[in-house]
Design a protein around this ligand. Sequence first.
Ligand code: PNS
Length: 163
Amino acid sequence: MKICVYPGSFDPITNGHLDIIKRALKTFDEVYVAVLHNPEKEPNFSFAQRMKMVKESVSGMKKVFVESFDGLLVDYAASKGACAIIRGLRAVSDFEFEFQMALTNAKMQPRIETVFLMTGYKYSYLSSSLVMQIARLGGDVSDLVPAAVNKELKTIKKTERGK
Ligand code: PNS
């Protein structure tokens, strides 16, 4: 059984992330979507909100499991018996940080490979922070995020604009 872990802060999950999960399922038997409990920067959404949105977005996808993790990613991946960590690559600008992370993780846990999957060209420009910016300014992001996220973003927009 080939198990992979797809980690991230998912703040929030976008259609680009979902595209990567679907691609990972072509190669791996099970995908564990691992939501980082404590991202370094202040997240837009609470941990509970991020988990809820990820869970709702992948509901109905067989062989996809949503869990949280804290601490070292390689320790979590090893605890799941994963042979790979999946990361999506959009543009060359992603590469430097991803390369550094992959090498560091390989140093700590040589048994686990980092596998980079290219996001579909439709999503190559998409990021959680762009989605947040558009939503905060009242733009329509319904084509960019799963329905569960769009719903949550509407409440954020209302709260922030009401300030
Ligand atoms: O969605 P993101 O924010 O790009 O995901 C980054 C993530 C969660 C993969 C990264 O911050 C991470 O792995 N954090 C856990 C701590 C860790 O293992 N650090 C060493 C990796 S070099």
